[in-house]
Ligand binder design. Structure first.
Ligand code: KG4
Length: 334
């Protein structure tokens, strides 16, 4: 079975072609970094307009790269939510229209389900059940995953997502956008123990996250140094901030696995490409004798291959969308 997958929930227009749940024949991503960079963050209206311009060329490129004709496609999978409504509408409406014209089924996919299953794109995938940490620009959540379609949220962020915190710190330090990759690269030359930024552990048993206090602590630290006329130790600030984020993400994920007696841990989402997070999670999982699955960075950040994979399982369960089905901004999986 050939699946055409479309992802447009935020600022990337992406399309992929998959053969069943086994082979990714193509995985094309058109990024809008240049459009949003000068604003230091995503401008939703501009994102929607870029999706409209890119969607057809990106789909054509995905088909060409896979060496597949549109008529050979058996099902179309598209992200239905969560995300920016204008952005989602472009991809989801395009997918429904194309499916209607081609007279093939269309399945609507939750973006979080895509991230939760993305480790199956690299074979062999994890066994069930597993604990998954999904960390991106819009989400920071821990899930128990029982099978390809049963996701139970164990904890979520109460304010900022981890990626959002990286982006805001990068903006504060005038480092560019998107902040995560830049901050983590600069952090490699800094001392992670040099500044003691706070870790929000919340209530004793809580698996929730909170990153807004940390962000404020970084802002206050920078302002204090600026008022003193001191030179900003940017490398140390980045390294210490990153350490505070990663510490909490790793500790709470391990706690979730221990508490649920699950010995397989999976990462997903854009922040999962962070080297310090990958390394610290690897060390902790080794120490606990847990299996750890981390997708390749190209499958961590937003991509359509993960939507195609989730689409395969939705198709198997016969969950098809009708032409009047709508997009949604908040995930029911939270
Ligand atoms: O999953 P994603 O591509 O898009 C969504 O937000 O859904 O994640 C993007 C986020 C951005 O906030 C970006 O700064 C962050 O992931 N990110 C990173 C790294 N690479 C991307 N954060 C920390 N370290 C990285 N290496």
């Amino acid at each position: 079975m050939l699946i055409l997958a479309i992802e447009s929930s935020c600022d990337d227009t992406a399309a992929a072609v998959l053969e069943d749940d086994k082979t990714v024949l193509s995985n094309v991503v058109s990024s809008q970094f240049d459009v949003h960079a000068r604003f230091g963050g995503i401008v939703p209206e501009l994102a929607s307009r870029c999706h409209i311009e890119s969607i057809w060329p990106v789909v054509l490129e995905a088909l060409a790269e896979a060496d597949v004709e549109l008529d050979q496609i058996d099902v179309i999978a598209a992200t239905q939510g969560p995300g920016l409504i204008g952005s989602l509408l472009v991809g989801f409406t395009f997918a429904k229209g194309l499916a209607l014209v081609q007279d093939i089924p269309c399945v609507g996919i939750d973006h979080m389900a895509g991230h939760l299953l993305s480790s199956f794109l690299d074979h062999p995938g994890p066994g069930f059940p597993y604990v998954a940490l999904v960390v991106s620009g819009g989400n920071s959540s821990i899930y128990k995953v029982a099978d390809h379609a049963t996701f139970h949220c164990l904890g979520r962020t109460r304010d900022d997502a981890a990626g959002e915190a990286f982006d805001k710190v990068a903006k504060l330090l005038d480092l560019g956008y998107p902040g995560g990759p830049i901050v983590s690269e600069i952090a490699e030359n800094g001392d992670p123990q040099s500044i003691s930024f706070p870790r929000a552990w919340l209530d004793k048993d809580s698996l929730d996250f909170s990153f807004s206090g940390l962000k404020t602590a970084v802002v206050n630290h920078v302002h204090k140094l600026q008022q003193q006329g001191a030179l900003l130790p940017v490398e140390d600030i980045c390294a210490s901030f990153q350490e505070a984020v990663v510490d909490v993400l790793v500790e709470k994920t391990i706690r979730a696995a221990v508490r649920n007696e699950i010995n397989t841990v999976v990462l997903g989402g854009g922040v999962a490409s962070n080297k310090r997070l990958r390394n610290m999670m690897r060390q902790r999982c080794d120490a606990e004798n847990f299996d750890l699955y981390i997708p390749r960075p190209v499958f961590c950040t937003d991509n359509a291959a993960m939507i195609g994979l989730a689409g395969y399982y939705s198709y198997q369960r016969g969950h098809f969308v009708s032409p009047d089905d709508d997009v949604y901004s908040r995930s029911p999986l939270h």
